[in-house]
Design a protein around this ligand. Structure first.
Ligand SMILES: [Zn+2]
Length: 220
């Protein structure tokens, strides 16, 4: 049910992520799983078999688990393992920024084949690229590095926003950026249940409203 990841392909993606984000991923373990294997790995970390449906990649502690027919999600999971993940910052920022970083890393290498990367989380990625990155005035890679280095990513991101525009309520902004639940690990999923899509929609609209409201308070 579980087998080792392909060593050469793993080394290639790990070195792209290490160079792009300035990290050392030597501690990271990678395993391939059948659908049944993925369900039991997720069950060991508190998820039900139903929740494992549609999941192609799963990151917990130092281990990345990739569905055996979905190697393309390894890049996404390796970026989570580097420190951009929903254990550290809100799911919307974590997933959207992970995808934005994946797109820049692939772009730098002259594009990725679909065997190496496929886009996921389009809503979150759009919000990160169109709203969050302009708000902090940084590239996806630079914001990723800042989050990875930070001991408190929600405060770091809120301070980056506040350094460029007045923020009326810092506590509220930090609260919006907080990880949703420390015990919930990051995973990459192809088809999300509708309820989750709704929750994401509400969250990114709220964070968007905080950014939008603060941007209108710039005094001439
Ligand atoms: Zn993810």
């Amino acid at each position: 049910m579980l087998s080792p990841c392909p060593p050469a392909a793993q080394r290639q993606i790990v070195s792209i992520v290490e160079q792009g984000l300035g990290v050392d991923l030597a501690h990271m373990k990678c395993q391939l799983a059948t659908r049944k294997g993925m369900a039991s790995v997720m069950k060991n970390h508190g998820w039900s078999r139903n929740q494992a449906s549609g999941v192609v990649g799963f990151h917990h502690d130092d281990t990345v688990t990739v569905l055996d027919d979905s190697w393309w999600t390894f890049l996404h999971e390796a970026i989570h393992a580097a420190g951009v993940n929903a254990d550290r910052i809100s799911t919307v920022v974590a997933e959207g920024l992970t995808e934005a970083i994946a797109q820049s890393l692939c772009g730098k290498k002259g594009g990725c084949s679909s065997a190496e990367h496929r886009d996921t989380y389009p809503q979150e990625t759009g919000w990160v690229k169109e709203t969050l990155l302009p708000a902090v005035g940084m590239s996806a890679l630079d914001l990723g590095r800042a989050i990875i280095r930070s001991k408190n990513p929600p405060v770091t991101v809120a301070e980056l926003i506040a350094s460029r525009r007045p923020v009326r309520n810092m506590r509220k902004l930090v609260g919006q950026l907080r990880p949703q639940n420390k015990t919930i690990p990051s995973f990459n999923i192809v088809a999300r249940p509708p309820r989750h899509v709704g929750a994401v929609g509400v969250l990114y609209l709220v964070v968007g409203a905080v950014l939008w409201a603060s941007s209108r308070r710039v005094t001439p």
